[in-house]
Design a protein around this ligand. Sequence first.
Ligand SMILES: [Zn+2]
Ligand SMILES: [Zn+2]
Length: 326
Amino acid sequence: MIGPDVVDEVKTGKGSQDYSTRTAFQFSILEQLLMGGKYEKYREYIKHYKRFVKDWLFGQIVQQLSKDRSLEKLEKKHLLEIVKIITDTISNIRKSHSTIKDINTFIQKMCCALGEKLVFPKDGLDLIMTLNYSENTEQFADYLIDSVGELEQSLAAVYDKGGGIKERLRSLPFMPQDKMFTSLFGCGEVCPFCHAPCEAGGKEHTKHFSSIHRPKGLSAWRYRETKVLVIDICSSLVISGGSFYISSTAKESYPYKDYQTYYPDWVITGDPSVEASDYWKYVMATFNERIATDTDALPADVPEDWKALTPDDAMKSLKGSFNMKD
Ligand SMILES: [Zn+2]
Ligand SMILES: [Zn+2]
C-alpha cells in the first residue's frame, strides 16, 4: 500500500505539474539536462534511457519524501491501522468467546479481519500453528498485543537512526518509480538509430513512433570508413540512398529505406524537410568533441549555424517542440 501512496504523494505534492502528463515530464527532464549542461548526464540519458529516467524519478521521489518526514508518516499511518485491526480483533474474539479456545480458529479470525491489508505467507502461518500454544491461546494473544505495540517504536527508531528513505523505498514490492515510469513513458523503447524515446500512448501499441529524431552522432553513430560522427536525423536518412550497419561488427550494410526489415516495430516517417531541432543541434554542437573522444570516433562536421546556437535558443526550441509557453 505504501508504493501506490508514494506515487500519489509525488503526483499531488510540490512540483507535481512536472508529472501531470508525459509531455510535461519529458520536457522537465530535457530542461534540467540543458540547465545542468553536463555531458555525462546527456550520455546516460541517451545511452541508458530507461535506467536514467528510473534513477532520476527515484531521486525525485526520495527528495519529495524526505520533506516533513513524509515517508515515515505514511508508514506509521498504515502500521497503526494494522495494529488497531489486530488488537480490535483480539478483543472482539475475547468478548464473544470469553476465552480463546484453539489457535487455529484464532489465526483464521485474525487473517479474516486483516483481509487484504496484510496477507501472511502460508509457511509463516503453518509455523505458528506448530507452536506450543494450543493449550494457552490466551497467552499467545497477550504476546501478540505486546509485540505489535512495540512495532511503532521500532519503526520510529529506524528513522531516528537516519535510516535511509532509499533503503525503505527499495524494499517495497511495488516500486513507485517503475509504476510512474510506465504511466509517464509508456513502453520506454527508443529509436534504433538516434535513441529518441517512443511517444506512442500506453504500453499496448504495435508500432513505436517518435516525432523528434536527433542527430545520430549523439548516440555515437559514425561513418565506418572515416569514423566521423553522423549529424543527419532519422527522418531524412530513411528516405536517403544511404545504408547502415546493424552493429559495429556487422559485415553487411543495409539500405536505410529497408529499415523496417530490421526494426519491424518502428515507424520512422520520412521527411526531407524536417531538420533536427535547435535543442538537439545545440547539444550536438556543444558535445561533438566529447562524444568523439568518448566513443573513439572523429568529431562531426557541425555546421556553423549549429555552433552559433546558445542555451537560450535551445530552450526556446524545447518549449516550441513541447508546446510550452514562456
Ligand atoms: Zn531516430
Ligand atoms: Zn513504443
